[in-house]
Design a protein around this ligand. Structure first.
Ligand code: ZN
Length: 574
């Protein structure tokens, strides 16, 4: 086989590997779970039921302890996609938006560029170290500010916060570490005036800005005294593209956060992390960009927006909803009403209070309707009508049946109108609130007609009805096996009946007859009953810590989703 390796310079290959995260690439093929410092999953190269396939984020390699396969991100793609080295490099270049060298040979310019970037990363690390030491030396000046913002010593270390005193002090330091004047200028942190260099940062608390791979690519500075601007960020450089950068993303990945919480600034990110809430990210001095939204999407996590609750924050939220939805992410909106921002919220509240806010996050449509409502005084009749018109238009534009039903009921509640009149606005003049009902009662007649031997069906639970029918017509079990699991059933004799039929196939079923419909509906209702009991139990649990609360919420969300899916199934049978 031809050795494609020779076409590329080693350093170019190194750059391609650097620009692609192996965890992100393999996650497209394997469901990876965090395991200590590494990730674990079912091996894609051999058949296994317990995971022995490991991916190391630090080392950027994979290894299967079952079949022995192993390698880097390039060899993974070659094996998995059955493609050549060249094709794998091409895929990875596309993924990381790197230009493929002309004629597959690294040009002199490409090489220089790569070296320049590496030097720039090193310069930033050196500078971060310098600022950090400065902070420790000037702790009384800077710590005052930090204490006022509720930032503790531990957080200073975790985020590598530093301090810069004078316009010129860092220059000597960088020269002593071998960096040239041109390199200082290229960092965009230093400027030249009358042949003298000076730093754009001084008298500022310095926040290193990390990229998702944990490299320092820029700095943010917050002035400690009075002066403008309050916040200042590094200008863009060869390693810092603002619109592709999300502050805090490195920590989302490090802690494998369950969710991403979009906040306005880096102080919010720091505050949330200090409170033990992982997943916060902020765009830097710009509103959310399409590039950032795509990066958020790649993380494959539930997304929340938690911007400031003032007018500007609401406008930014509307824009963020728009841009996230345009790349296919449905965000939920956390409302901190009564508090300006997360910072102010935590002055008066605990971590668990914020978890409750997450739990109560609303859908984009709910937020947009509330946002419109804030422009009207709905106690005045004419304004109320205008609000209803605008909100109904919004609801109509949704293409999610459940969301539409929910919002119709919600709007009726907000405006103190009947579901009927709001429904007509949304669904048209033939709307009847009965469309929203599951119509359990009206089934009773049909149940009795199809299964005349069933007793007193009005007062029985759904499970009892099922048992009744099945004890007389055991064959019917096959209609509902895919809905109810053995574990779902509480009645012992029913479970015994049930187990006899498991494993037999339902190929000779004649679906779509009345019997089939009724049994499936009963089974679905039974399942909903069971899930609702579970939900109640979860809600009643007390004295939980943060971990447990977040686990409980994940469970709740899962169950609520399941229930709404089942309700959809029931509608399909009506
Ligand atoms: Zn394997």
């Amino acid at each position: 086989m031809e050795n494609h390796n020779t076409h590329f310079d080693d350093r170019f290959i190194e750059e391609v590997k650097n620009a692609n995260d192996i965890v992100e690439i393999i996650s497209k093929y394997v469901d990876l779970k965090r395991a200590g410092d590494s990730y674990k999953g079912l091996c894609p190269f051999h058949n296994e039921k317990t995971p022995s396939f490991m991916v190391s984020e630090n080392k950027q390699i994979f290894k299967c302890f079952g079949c022995g396969e192993g390698g880097n991100v390039i060899t993974f793609l070659m094996k998995k996609e059955n493609i050549s080295f060249f094709e794998a490099i091409k895929l990875l270049c596309e993924n990381a938006r790197i230009e493929l060298p002309v004629n597959n040979i690294s040009s002199e310019e490409n090489l220089k560029n790569y070296e320049k970037k590496q030097r720039m990363y090193d310069l930033h690390i050196e500078l971060a170290r310098y600022y950090f030491d400065n902070m420790q030396k000037n702790i009384e000046n800077s710590m005052d500010y930090l204490k006022n913002r509720g930032i503790d010593e531990k957080t200073v270390r975790k985020f590598g916060l530093g301090y810069e005193v004078r316009k010129s002090s860092a220059i000597e330091y960088l020269y002593n570490h071998g960096y040239t004047k041109q390199e200082l200028l290229d960092s965009m942190i230093f400027r030249q005036k009358n042949d003298e260099l000076y730093s754009i940062f001084f008298s500022r608390v310095m926040y290193p800005i990390f990229d998702y791979r944990n490299r320092v690519v820029a700095f943010g500075g917050r002035i400690t005294g009075s002066g403008e601007p309050k916040y200042l960020n590094s200008p863009e450089s060869i390693i810092f593209k603002k619109k592709e950068q999300l502050y805090g993303l490195n920590l989302v990945r490090k802690y494998n956060a369950k969710r991403i919480i979009l906040v306005e600034g880096y102080m919010d990110v720091i505050r949330l992390n200090q409170k033990g809430i992982v997943g916060a990210v902020a765009s830097l001095g710009t509103s959310l960009t399409k590039e950032q939204s795509e990066i958020i999407k790649k993380q494959n996590k539930k997304v929340y927006i938690c911007y400031d609750s003032d007018k500007a924050g609401r406008v930014a939220t509307v824009r963020a909803i728009d841009i996230l939805q345009s790349v296919g992410v449905k965000p939920y909106i956390i409302s901190l009403e009564g508090y300006k921002d997360p910072d102010e919220f935590f002055n008066k509240n605990k971590t668990s209070d914020f978890m409750v806010k997450i739990e109560n996050a609303i859908s984009p449509l709910s937020f947009l309707i509330d946002n419109i409502k804030s422009e009207y005084n709905i106690n005045i009749y004419s304004q109320k009508l205008e609000f209803i018109d605008k909100a109904s238009e919004l609801i109509k534009s949704s293409n999610d049946a459940i969301e539409m039903e929910y919002q119709t009921k919600r709007l009726a509640e907000i405006t103190n109108m009947s579901v009927k009149s709001i429904g007509v606005k949304v669904y048209g003049q033939y709307f009847s609130p009965k469309q929203f009902q599951l119509n359990q009662k009206s089934d009773e007649k049909i149940v009795k007609k199809v299964f005349p031997h069933i007793e007193n069906s009005d007062t029985q639970t759904n499970e009892k009805k099922l048992i009744d029918i099945i004890s007389k017509k055991p064959d019917c079990i096959r209609y509902i096996m895919d809905i109810l699991n053995m574990d779902d059933i509480t009645d012992d004799s029913f479970r015994e009946h049930y187990s006899k039929f498991l494993g037999s196939n339902g190929a000779d079923l004649e679906p779509k007859n009345e019997e089939y419909k009724i049994l499936r509906k009963l089974a679905l209702f039974t399942k909903i009953d069971i899930l609702q009991k579970k939900l109640k139990k979860l809600e009643q649990s007390q004295n939980m810590d943060v971990e447990e609360i977040s686990f409980m919420m994940e469970e709740k969300i899962k169950i609520i989703k399941l229930i709404s899916n089942l309700k959809e199934d029931i509608k399909g049978l009506i």
